[in-house]
Design a protein around this ligand. Structure first.
Ligand code: PGA
Length: 257
């Protein structure tokens, strides 16, 4: 199986989200072997996009979530509220939130625990900055973020965990990581998850890559056995690009059968 996450970020309003959701579903038409598709519109568009994706097989994700059930937390949205909107996945710890909104490892950990408690699937983002990479600290940083995020986590047999390796320097820059770098980092991520959560959880884990994935390079990532899917930002709101990414996944899946 391959998973494609469409992270629309703050790029589209409600009306545009509805149109984009329709276009996104059309990319699946006529293909036999489909990837799992998770659409993450801005939170204000979730309920309208839900109507479009209902009965399509595509899933709905939130771009963020808060860690408390309810209460005086102005502007925040809990997992329970997201569930009411048909959301099954939540992006947690995206680098834009870590770096522009001060989200810490501790906050990321609370969010992971909260969504799992509510049977939502976390899409946990981890990744190093350019400076950290240049200092030779990529693995240390990524595995440190992962370890902190999984503190106190216990997966039930029905839970799933998606980890997206997203080097910060590759997000929105047009400069993606090499396949070799991605495969190596993903194998370290798998080993650490196995160490922390136990070997049996490996079947519940999917490790994705994100960072300047587009219609041209997607196939190169997706054909790797170790790459369970891609998290797509910029190219997910450009329907021609996104169609090529979805079709790349379909081709990989078709070749496997
Ligand atoms: P990008 O964003 O595809 O535009 O690089 C990826 C992300 O932010 O998850």
């Amino acid at each position: 199986m391959k998973t494609i996450i469409a992270n629309w970020k703050m790029n589209v309003g409600v009306r545009e989200s509805v149109a984009l959701a329709r276009g996104t579903l059309l990319t699946l038409r006529g293909r036999k072997h489909l990837p799992e598709l998770v659409i993450c519109p801005p939170s204000v568009a979730l309920s309208e996009v839900r109507k479009v994706v209902a009965r399509s097989g595509a899933l709905l994700g939130a771009q963020n979530v808060f860690w408390e059930e309810a209460g005086a937390f102005t502007g925040e949205i809990s997992a329970r509220m997201l569930q009411e909107l048909g959301v099954t996945h939540a992006i947690i710890g995206h680098s834009e939130r870590r770096h522009q909104l001060g989200e810490t490892d501790e906050m990321v950990n609370k969010k992971v625990l909260h969504v799992l408690e509510h049977q939502l699937t976390p899409i946990l983002c981890v990744g190093e900055t350019k400076q950290e990479r240049q200092a030779g600290k990529s693995k240390e940083v990524v595995l440190g973020q992962l370890k902190a995020a999984l503190s106190g986590v216990r997966l039930r047999p029905s839970d799933h965990l998606l980890v997206a390796y997203e080097p910060v320097w590759a997000i929105g820059t047009g400069e993606s990581a090499t396949v070799a770098d991605i495969v190596e980092m993903q194998s370290s991520i798998r080993s650490l998850v196995q160490e922390i959560l136990g070997e049996r959880t490996l079947s519940q884990l999917r490790v994705l890559y994100g960072g300047s994935v587009d219609g041209e390079n997607a196939y190169g990532f997706l054909r790797e056995k170790e790459v369970d899917g891609v998290l797509v930002g910029g190219a997910s709101v450009k329907i021609n690009q996104f169609r090529d990414i979805v079709h790349a996944a379909c081709e990989v899946l078709e070749a496997q059968t």
